[in-house]
Write a protein that binds this ligand. Structure first.
Ligand code: NI
Length: 136
């Protein structure tokens, strides 16, 4: 019997979508306003879902306090009020699209979770645009 528990989190961050190896014109054509050299911000909403068996002793899949602290340390403290391109090492050479941010968050959290737990990341870049990654 597998149960999924989820926690929501939030961070504000700035980014610019572009490739260093493309001309400004090519970046402008592909990324449009997101290629603004002066960056722009998003209010990112995150849903972290953990799936696993219910522990017989505690009744938990994962202690929510543990999950909360993990998200704070690995995501909020690392990304909140940061310029992702400039200040976050993972995006030094990786375009900080919602897709890539979701994968980076997944990889950071997965490393810290018990191996028997499955993880899924849903990241809202705007209220209407969101991406999901579960390690596949
Ligand atoms: Ni953007």
């Amino acid at each position: 019997m597998k149960v999924t528990v989820s926690r929501k989190a939030h961070f504000n961050a700035a980014h610019r979508l572009y490739r260093k190896d493309w001309s400004f014109e090519k970046n402008d054509e592909i990324f449009g306003k997101c290629n603004n050299p002066n960056f722009h911000g998003h209010n990112y909403e995150l849903i972290v879902s953990v799936t696993g068996d219910i522990d017989k002793e505690t009744g938990y899949v994962i202690d929510m306090k543990v999950l909360k602290d993990l998200i704070k340390k690995e995501v909020e403290d690392a990304f909140d009020h940061k310029n992702l391109n400039v200040e976050v090492l993972e995006f030094k050479d990786l375009n900080p699209t919602a897709e890539n941010i979701a994968v980076v968050i997944y990889n950071k959290l997965k490393l810290q979770l018990s191996t028997h737990l499955d993880l899924e990341i849903t990241l809202f870049e705007t209220p209407r645009n969101f991406v999901t990654y579960s390690g596949k």
